[in-house]
Design a protein around this ligand. Structure first.
Ligand code: PHE
Length: 610
């Protein structure tokens, strides 16, 4: 019988060709043409036959099936007109159909490799790349649906790596010589076509393949099912509309890639290691350190990455990563299996309690302070911690260049100033909330606010951090006096530090209050006496030295501040107080924190104590 030259083995992208008719075989109404060469793919290897047309001088032949018969390709279909042996004909294949089949076929090979990368030693035995509906690659190695995410990512890797797909015809001797292992026996007297993805081990193949994995359409593994003791990786292949242009450039890049000797050596070493691993019958618990330990085989191999040329580094790194993942999976699997068969598990042992953190001590203090003031009708508000000079200083009776501003070691933000509101600063105190609160309430007292926020000053030592917190109280109403301030301070002292704690106010100066005070709380160690008696001996209290702890400032709201907030100082009065949360908190009984910077050290040994 005649033989047909298979043009698609040289160029899978050839869409039309000319050929000579060798034989016209008639069988009833059916006609089959045998040509000297063809671009029509003959069904086989899981890939369906091509369709298309063969045009003669006085005939048109529509091809609906193509099969292979001992070296000859039979083009079957319906003929109109006359055709004779020896005639020149023009062939054209249905390219859409063919290209789809190429995609599906290459997808099968990519999945095959991906599964082998995930499950070392996996053996594929069959596949369906388009005949019938369901696409699958079949393995004789047990696979579980749990592996789908890993297989999927291995597939995506191979696609993303845009590996060249090459094919060649080799003799049986060459196979042996090149140590190419085949999954099944093949006739020894024929040339064999092998296909290779990147530098992965070649596979025998008779189908049409894409030029590179980057050209492959997205592949989705949808299921893994067992059938007659074999495992099918079921998948779909679908075109990504926007990828057409992108793939074109990838094809061009891919055809110029030739792996270097170093990369080839690396790949050989990887394969070698996989083979060694499979033969290894070390105890599962030893595998981890032997292969993946610091001085393990894997790390030694990874060292050789530095010898790889820069342009191949990415690819090489990917191979190495894939090797690592497959080793990890294989070792984990070996160990679970080991545990399952060896270890006795007591299912009644209570589970391990996951570590749960707790709120930072400063947050705890903020909640407590908020709660204490809410009890007497204050409302917690929040105002910006990056604010205009206007609210931080000017509206608080501190015009620009006023010397009182110097007390607040201010951080300025390097942005243009606003005409009406001035520069932007990191708030140096929570008093910026005073006029903002008056504005929020449309200058309509009564108002009782508690404003808690971060503050910033250029100071850092054992009692100062550049970022800290303050809380600010403001009460404005008719007939508010120092008595109300004093009562509020005493209430807070007892609630926060415990019964019996007293407050004390001493004259001071702030621009935004008149009169102004400094606020102290009585020391809980010496009850405000400044002295402790121990074994009949009386000494100075080391904690406070004077009986009192100074915590912050307070005063009656300055008329100018009320005016800045649109409130008539003739009708209304108010008091305000404000001080640092860190300082207030660290004075609590039993805390004994002598360096407030510890609060922000992030040291869990410290923080876990609160
Ligand atoms: N804002 C002042 C400071 O940071 C404290 C204070 C608040 C004083 C309210 C009086 C009234 O030091």
């Amino acid at each position: 019988m005649s033989t047909t030259k298979l043009l698609y083995f040289q160029d899978a992208y050839q869409k039309s060709a000319t050929a000579k008719v060798l034989e016209v075989v008639r069988d009833g109404t059916q006609t089959a043409l045998i040509l000297d060469q063809t671009i029509f793919y003959a069904q086989g290897g899981g890939q369906p036959a091509d369709w298309g047309s063969i045009m003669g001088e006085k005939s048109a032949f529509s091809v609906t099936h193509v099969s292979y018969n001992g070296g000859a390709v039979l083009h079957k279909g319906t003929l109109s007109g006359e055709i004779e042996a020896g005639e020149e004909v023009t062939l054209e294949i249905n390219w859409r159909r063919r290209y789809q089949h190429m995609q599906q076929h290459t997808a099968g090979h990519i999945i095959d490799q991906a599964v082998k990368n995930v499950v070392l030693g996996a053996q594929s035995v069959d596949g369906n790349h388009g005949i019938g509906k369901q696409l699958f690659v079949e393995f004789s190695t047990p696979l579980h649906t749990d592996l789908i995410p890993q297989i999927q990512s291995a597939i995506d890797h191979i696609r993303a790596a845009n590996l060249p797909i090459t094919s060649e015809m080799v003799s049986y001797e060459q196979l042996i010589e090149r140590q190419i292992k085949l999954p099944f026996d093949l006739p020894q007297n024929k040339e064999l076509r092998i296909v290779q993805i990147g530098e992965y081990p070649p596979m025998p193949d008779g189908g049409t393949q894409l030029l590179s994995t980057g050209e492959a359409w997205p592949i989705m593994v949808t299921d893994i099912v067992e059938k007659d003791g074999k495992w099918r990786v079921i998948h779909t292949v679908a075109e990504e509309v926007s990828s057409v242009a992108k793939n074109q450039t990838k094809i061009e890049e891919a055809s110029s890639v030739q792996p270097s000797d170093q990369l080839n050596a690396l790949l050989q070493n990887i394969e070698h290691m996989k083979a060694e691993f499979l033969k290894d019958n070390a105890q599962p618990e030893k595998l981890q350190s032997k292969y993946l330990g610091k001085k393990g085989v894997f790390n030694q191999l990874a060292q050789t990455l530095k010898d790889i040329q820069p342009q191949e580094k990415k690819l090489a790194g990917q191979y190495i990563n894939e090797l690592k993942t497959s080793l990890e999976t294989a070792i984990a699997a070996a160990q679970t299996q080991h545990v399952a068969t060896q270890a006795w598990v007591d299912l009644t042992v209570p589970g391990k309690k996951p570590a749960v953190g707790h709120m930072h001590p400063v947050s705890q203090a903020m909640e407590e302070i908020t709660h204490i003031f809410e009890q007497i009708g204050f409302t917690r508000v929040r105002y910006p911690e990056v604010d205009w000079d206007h609210y931080v200083f000017e509206a608080l009776n501190m015009p620009p260049n006023h010397p009182a501003r110097d007390e607040w070691e201010t951080f300025f933000v390097d942005v243009p100033a606003n005409q009406a509101f001035g520069k932007v600063v990191l708030t140096t105190h929570t008093s910026n909330g005073q006029v903002r609160e008056m504005e929020r309430l449309h200058s309509q007292p009564p108002m009782r606010m508690i404003n808690i926020s971060r503050c910033y000053r250029r100071q850092q030592d054992a009692t100062h951090t550049q970022m800290f917190h303050q809380f600010e109280g403001l009460v404005v109403d008719k007939g508010i006096t120092i008595q109300h301030l004093k009562g509020t301070l005493n209430y807070f002292a007892e609630q926060f530090y415990g019964p019996g704690t007293k407050s004390r106010i001493r004259p001071f100066h702030f621009q935004f209050t008149e009169p102004s005070f400094e606020v102290d709380f009585s020391c809980h160690i010496c009850q405000g006496t400044g002295q402790v008696t121990h074994d009949g001996e009386t000494t100075k209290c080391r904690f406070c030295k004077s009986g009192w702890h100074e915590v912050g400032g307070a005063g009656m709201v300055h008329p100018n501040v009320l005016k800045a907030g649109g409130i008539d100082p003739e009708k209304y009065t108010g008091f305000a107080f404000g001080w640092g949360i860190e300082r207030t908190y660290t004075l609590k009984e039993g805390l004994n924190i002598d360096d407030i910077r510890l609060l922000y050290s992030g040291d869990l040994r410290f923080l876990e104590q609160f």
